[in-house]
Write a protein that binds this ligand. Structure first.
Ligand code: PT1
Length: 281
């Protein structure tokens, strides 16, 4: 399994970790600690040292209840940081945004992967991705962040998310964005109640039939507090366990805040998966 980037290829035969670099003062955990450029660079460097393969830069929060930020504000948060990272570190930068203008500026500054929680749903987003030959993570969301956790509704959540992602892959292919550049993500916590999230984790292998690598984001999400009655500060252990379950089920990239612990879990689960595949049936 490989992912084509504009000027190179990311090898996904071993599962990889995408480290989260939140540049949002209202971010749901990091709380603006990395709001200045030096601190962001330090955090990116630390995540790479811990084994992250990708740094995911985001300037607009998408956690439940989050409100939109303006284009100018988002650009001011992410662009200087992407420029500094590309200048000083050798790594793959991903831009977590829904705005075509932010995708465009970020890719011009060296971002190679567009991580869009609306799966390139905005007018012009597909054209921007094509023009830069960017890789794209297509994610499923029901509703939009401000209201998405009010009464999420599904018949069969796995089937509906699968059908949405298949349609977005087809739309990208029709626009000239090759499958080799695509990732899919079922969108844990994005318009999903706890039973929906558990269904998706239990049946994660069904998304492998889409034929493109699978990315998951489970890190520190509220589903763990709902299931286990834990406070926010104690979501790390279940996040690590969930990352291992996801990789054992076929996930290729895990998006996470706690890179060192996630890398360990992902390598263990990747080795177990490989052992299962090596054994004669
Ligand atoms: C994700 C993801 C993301 N998650 C991708 N990008 C967030 N591709 C941001 C909660 O329930 O899973 N995949 N970008 C963060 N979003 C959330 C959503 C954070 C829900 C917290 C929750 O607590």
């Amino acid at each position: 399994m490989f992912l084509k980037l504009p000027n190179r290829t990311l090898d996904l035969r071993q599962p990889q970790v995408m480290g989260v670099l939140n540049l949002t003062p209202d971010s749901f955990f990091d709380g603006g600690r990395y709001s200045n450029i030096d601190a962001a660079l330090t955090q990116a460097r630390a995540m790479l040292a811990e084994g992250a393969a990708i740094i995911d830069v985001g300037g607009e929060s998408s956690r439940p209840g989050a409100v939109a930020v303006s284009l100018d504000e988002e650009l001011a948060r992410v662009l200087p940081v992407i420029e500094r990272i590309k200048h000083e570190l050798d790594c793959i930068v991903s831009i977590d945004t829904t705005k075509p203008a932010v995708m465009d500026a970020a890719c011009s500054a060296g971002a190679e992967l567009i991580n869009d929680i609306t799966a390139l749903g905005a007018d012009g987003a597909l054209a921007v991705a094509c023009r830069h030959s960017a890789a794209v993570c297509l994610m499923h969301m029901q509703g939009e962040p401000r209201m998405m956790q009010q009464q999420p509704q599904y018949g069969d959540v796995v089937a509906e998310v699968h059908a949405f992602l298949a349609a977005r892959i087809a739309a990208c292919a029709a626009a000239g964005l090759a499958r080799e550049r695509l990732l899919v993500d079922p969108g844990f916590g994005f318009g999903k109640a706890l039973p929906h999230n558990l269904q998706m984790l239990a049946h994660l292998d069904r998304f492998l039939t889409l034929g493109v690598p699978l990315l998951v984001g489970l890190s520190r999400k509220s589903m763990f507090s709902q299931l286990l009655g834990l406070p926010l500060a104690e979501r790390l252990p279940p996040s690590i366990a969930a990352a291992a379950i996801a990789v054992r089920s076929g996930a290729n990239i895990v998006r996470a805040h706690d890179v060192a612990a996630t890398v360990a879990a992902v390598r263990l689960a990747g080795a177990v998966r490989q052992a299962a595949e090596a054994r004669a049936p």
